[in-house]
Design a protein around this ligand. Structure first.
Ligand code: FMN
Ligand code: ADP
Length: 304
């Protein structure tokens, strides 16, 4: 799969390849997103591509980073496993924000020889979001395919639903709506080096992107992918009140079961399965150690 980071629309070069494009922001890549992509992939004689943004308009207008479910790298990996051949991340900058809906069709869709588009019923684009799938059909010869609202039970499949699932630690809900357990990736960095002194080394995660996290600080039953293998793990999100008074920076650290290797600087991925308990301030480090032994036992016994 090829990835194109487009900071200026002039970078999109005309060629003679015919394309079908899935359009949208795709945060979380849920089952409705996957259906849009699957519909596109039924077109076998034409290159299947995704055209999306490098950041959400909300992030652009709010001038802050918004925690997301699938930062670009993760999103790209998912697109690749689904069979997408090209992804275009358009920089959401002044040029794109002020581009009229018609110019978007001319400078992006037509320039890429897009013959068919696939999108959700609520897809909007162009300056002030006035562009709709209907406008594409009226303004061009491009075939427009719209996926109507998809439900699971009585709930609409949406990124909003996924965000609620993550924040409230409803990881089975997230799984049901996406087909994947929620995961975050990061590099292992040095901490206080205390964990090993109680036989609980804990890999401290430094995330490259800003992920949405469960709201409650505490311990989660997780699995961790390290060096291409997956292990059970117990992961704490919080301020480590037993060893620290300050609350300026949240730590995410995981003790990987049945694993023993130095992994500083390596990339790991933590998949969330269940909430175990809230983070507590213990009387002593030894009391924390006893609790960690219990946490580990629960994790060992849990079928995940
Ligand atoms: C599964 C797990 C549960 C934890 N629970 C708590 C807790 O309830 N309270 C707390 O203060 N710290 C908790 N911690 C964080 C520890 O304080 C921290 O891992 C320890 O101080 C070692 O830190 P280090 O990696 O910087 O050496 C937990 C860590 C893990 C991995
Ligand atoms: N089972 C394990 N789980 C997590 N980290 C492990 C494990 N075995 C070895 N390690 C290594 O030990 C480090 C954590 O030890 P710790 O004493 O908590 O140090 P730090 O405070 O730097 O995190 C990890 O970053 C990793 O390199």
């Amino acid at each position: 799969m090829e990835i194109f980071n487009i900071s200026n629309l002039g970078q999109i070069k005309k060629d003679n390849k015919r394309r079908a494009a899935a359009l949208g922001f795709f945060d979380g890549v849920h089952k409705a997103h996957k259906k849009i992509i699957a519909e596109m992939l039924k077109e076998t004689d034409i290159i299947p591509i995704v055209i999306t943004l490098d950041k959400s308009p909300k992030e652009y207008f709010g001038h802050t980073s918004v925690e997301c479910l699938t930062p670009l790298e993760k999103k790209s990996k998912i697109f690749e496993t689904l069979g997408v051949q090209e992804v275009y991340y358009l920089s959401f900058n002044k040029q794109l924000q002020t581009l009229s809906a018609e110019s978007y069709i001319d400078k992006v869709l037509k320039q890429l020889n897009v013959e068919k588009i696939f999108c959700g019923y609520d897809y909007k684009f162009g300056y002030k979001g006035v562009g709709t799938p209907k406008l594409i059909a009226d303004y061009s010869d491009i075939e427009v395919n719209i996926l109507e609202e998809e439900m699971i039970g009585d709930r609409k499949i949406s990124t909003t639903a996924l965000r609620e699932f993550v924040e409230s630690a409803n990881f089975t809900g997230y799984y049901d709506f996406t087909g994947r357990y929620y995961s975050i990736s990061g590099v292992v960095v040095k901490g206080r080096q205390l964990g090993r002194t109680i036989n609980f080394p804990t890999a401290n995660l430094k995330m490259k992107s800003s992920y949405l996290l469960p709201k409650t600080n505490g311990v989660y039953i997780t699995k961790t992918k390290v060096r291409d293998k997956i292990y059970k793990s117990i992961t704490n999100i919080g301020y480590n009140p037993t060893v620290s008074e300050v609350k300026d920076k949240k730590f995410i650290e995981t003790h990987i079961l049945d694993f023993d290797a130095e992994i500083y600087g390596e990339m790991i991925e933590v998949y969330f399965y269940d909430f175990l308990r809230k983070e507590k301030k213990f009387e002593s480090f030894n009391h924390l150690k006893k609790q960690l032994q219990k946490d580990k036992m629960v994790c060992e016994q849990k079928e995940i």
